[in-house]
Design a protein around this ligand. Structure first.
Ligand code: GLU
Ligand code: ZN
Length: 317
């Protein structure tokens, strides 16, 4: 007689995603994230969702989203379910922000960059280039966490998350192993919604990963330093934390991450041979070995071999 007392719950099927910002077409770096997350989903017989992260409108390029969709399809990286656009779900992020306010975990902030810089300077903190600026808590109400939610806040303010003291977040990255971040020291009370009303990546990604029931996040290592913030936000909002895997970054000849800022060029998906060449490059970067290298192979066949290679790599690491 099988043990019926503790039937294990049906496993929540694997749900992964690729979440590009439409700031330009896919380049070699973003293709690595697309391929890595796709292979992981396929190898787990999971779903792979496509989400366009287009909230930061000044950085979005009109038409880049459609170009990304075309490039993915040309590479054989097809998605499950309808793609989504964050700009069409503003009410979700607004609701989450209101919830955080009700939980007395958020507060409005009217600091300019300059006020923050002066406050830090007064504390003797040097601001280094390309370093995360740790917010000194200038606007943080004394009463946060012990009093009412903030009613009728000014609309001309950013919103920040109020971090409790001594908040360290630990998590296990599937590739990199144990990770740790002291949020107060590393980032301070971070922004949820900018003064111009744009919800930040941190808030939106957490809301959407939960909304889309994402179980596995596979993305570039440039996002590793955001993960602790996202896990903490999930905890405050009562969401499940997915597992995380951060992929090695593609660097240019100066050792900088490929991005629009470094003028990374779009991958060439003009025909099947070109697309396959780009995929092979991305697979090499992912450390996949023993892939068929002949010309007479279709993208679909190659992707199948790559999925098996990904399986070998993940189970041996
Ligand atoms: N939209 C983010 C980016 O393109 C990625 C978000 C994520 O994968 O968490 O860098
Ligand atoms: Zn402030």
């Amino acid at each position: 007689m099988p043990n019926l007392k503790n039937p294990s719950p049906p496993p929540d099927g694997y749900r992964g995603r690729f979440a590009p910002s439409p700031t330009g077409p896919l380049h070699a770096g973003s293709l690595v994230a697309a391929l890595g997350s796709w292979l992981d989903a396929r190898q787990n017989q999971g779903k792979w969702l496509l989400r366009i992260e287009d909230l930061d409108t000044p950085r979005c390029i009109p038409g880049a989203d459609q170009e990304i969709l075309r490039q993915l399809l040309a590479c054989g990286l097809s998605w499950d379910e309808e793609p989504t656009w964050q700009s069409m779900h503003q009410e979700r992020y607004q609701k989450a922000l209101e919830r955080l306010n009700e939980l007395q975990s958020a507060y409005p902030c009217t600091c300019s960059r300059q006020t923050i810089a002066s406050a830090l300077e007064a504390q003797g903190v040097a601001i280094e280039r390309n370093q995360e600026i740790v917010y000194p808590g200038t606007c943080r109400p004394e009463h946060i966490k012990v009093s009412e939610k903030i009613a009728n806040p000014s609309t001309d303010a950013a919103w920040r998350l109020a971090l409790p003291p001594n908040l360290s977040i630990e998590f296990e990255d599937r590739l990199l192993g144990k990770q740790y971040q002291d949020l107060n020291q590393a980032v301070g009370d971070f922004v949820l919604c900018r003064r111009d009303g744009v919800f930040t990546y941190q808030l939106a990604v957490v809301v959407d990963d939960a909304e889309q029931r994402i179980t596995h996040v596979v993305r570039g290592q440039d996002l590793l330093s955001n993960t602790a913030r996202q896990i903490y936000l999930q905890q405050v909002l009562g969401f499940q934390t997915p597992t995380y895997l951060h992929l090695p970054l593609v660097l240019d000849e100066h050792g900088e991450k490929l991005s629009k800022q470094t003028l990374a060029s779009a991958i060439d998906t003009g025909n099947e041979q070109e697309a396959l060449k780009e995929l092979r490059q991305a697979a090499k970067h992912l450390g996949l070995r023993n892939l068929p290298d002949g010309e007479a192979i279709s993208i679909a066949e190659w992707l199948l071999a790559a999925t098996q290679a990904w399986n070998r790599k993940i189970t041996s690491s």
